[in-house]
Ligand binder design. Structure first.
Ligand code: ZN
Length: 212
């Protein structure tokens, strides 16, 4: 079988679980959908427009509050310039952070695509349920690292690879979820982008801090 190279580190990958077209990397622990099988851009956008986050608006806001409590507040001493990366069709998190005094910019490849980022501008970049959609996570997160101030925080949420059978794992059934991370893969990303992983909280929270 001709396996694609790891879509995170470029290492050797092998078929992962009994789910067809998924591959896992022994070098960095990353699991990914074969990039020739990912959904088209128009279909991807359509899916985001229909996405209700599964929990209703109140449940979604509660999830965001939990994210802020675990990943944002403990690591930012005072509100400052922030970017919500992958803000989606409705920038709910940006609104909540602004109420708390942050000055929030948004970026989304479909809904807020301007990329005139200033280097080293932000004290914090957030990415809630975003990196599992990234086709090229290392280059995307390198951009995030570049726009963080030295010592700035990259705070995110994505479901970590679980011990249960990947073929049956609910998280992979969203057709736009194409990249799956272990702690090892996130630590690899931090190392490669000049950051350090400073928090992992099961099942889904992580924080990286830019060096300097
Ligand atoms: Zn890899």
């Amino acid at each position: 079988m001709n396996c694609p190279k790891c879509a995170l580190c470029g290492g050797e990958a092998a078929p992962y679980s009994s789910a067809p077209h998924y591959f896992g990397c022994e070098n960095c622990g990353f699991v990914f959908l074969d990039r020739t099988k990912v959904v088209s851009r128009p279909d991807e956008k359509e899916r985001y427009l229909k996405h209700t986050n599964g929990q209703g608006e109140a449940g979604y806001a509660k999830m965001l509050e939990e994210f802020i409590k675990i990943c944002v507040t403990p690591f930012t001493h005072a509100p400052g310039p922030a970017l919500d990366y992958g803000s989606g069709p409705k920038p709910v998190l940006a609104g909540i952070l602004e109420k708390r005094g942050y000055k929030v910019d948004i970026y989304d490849p479909f809904f807020a695509p301007a990329t005139n980022f200033d280097p080293e501008k932000y004290g914090i970049v957030t990415a809630v349920e975003v990196i599992e959609h990234m086709k090229c996570p290392l280059s995307d997160i390198r951009i995030i690292a570049d726009i963080l101030k030295p010592g700035g925080i990259f705070a995110g949420r994505t479901m970590f690879l679980a011990k249960e059978d990947f073929a049956l794992w609910w998280y992979r059934f969203d057709i736009t979820h194409i990249s799956f991370y272990s702690r090892e893969s996130l630590s690899y990303i931090a190392l490669e982008t000049g950051m350090k992983a400073i928090l992992f909280k099961e099942p889904c929270f992580f924080v990286m801090k830019k060096n300097g």
